[in-house]
Design a protein around this ligand. Sequence first.
Ligand code: BTN
Length: 233
Amino acid sequence: MAIKWNIIHRGVTESTNDDAALGVHGDVYTADYQLSGRGRIGHKWQSPSGVNLLMSAVLDVTDMAPEEVCTLPLVAGLSVAMAIRDIIGYNRDVKLKWPNDILIDSQKVAGILCERKSDKVIVGIGINVLKQDFPKEIALRATYLGGETKIHQVRDGVLKWLSSLYCQWREYGFASLWQKISEIDFLKGREVTICQVDDDKNAITGLCVGIMIDGSLQVGEHVIYAGEAHVKL
Ligand code: BTN
């Protein structure tokens, strides 16, 4: 079983996640430029035109338990990580930073924003592809794929993995993918701080045990189901 993707491309749009809200399972919305691209916890996702992959895929989650649906962002993260590995090779360190940032050599190359719409999940993926200068505030923490990589090649690579891992997830559950995710878990063994909002006064700090088999993150004695992780490098 594989997903038959239907790609709809726009030059300029507000947000591909908004476009995808009207889509059905297998629809993929891409754009060169977003006027109101968004990231997690209310952040903006700004990207110059035609330089990065901006893509939102619609996936069906009918009849799935809510706690299993919550693991889909990690499945999407694993798909992006595998596609990036295929492109840049295995010499560089590609990691998944819970809940779903993708890092190369500890710098963020991709972010994922999953949004639920009734029996569908919109998986919004932003990947820095071509060489670019990042704004000062993120320059030290961000990277791009670079080299000869083409945006459509990255799109096709991610969709190939997303199809395969989504089908495995549907058939055998998140537990069947946990080992692979655990192998690329960036936070495991690090001292982390987990925030629910920017400058969270109730942030949790501790040694990260890692991503658990239900998709949660264990930090010290705490089991965390949502949040943003910060690490001192
Ligand atoms: C994050 O790291 O905070 C998630 C970023 C997700 C950005 C992508 S770009 C395509 C899709 N459309 C959006 O508006 N956001 C996602």
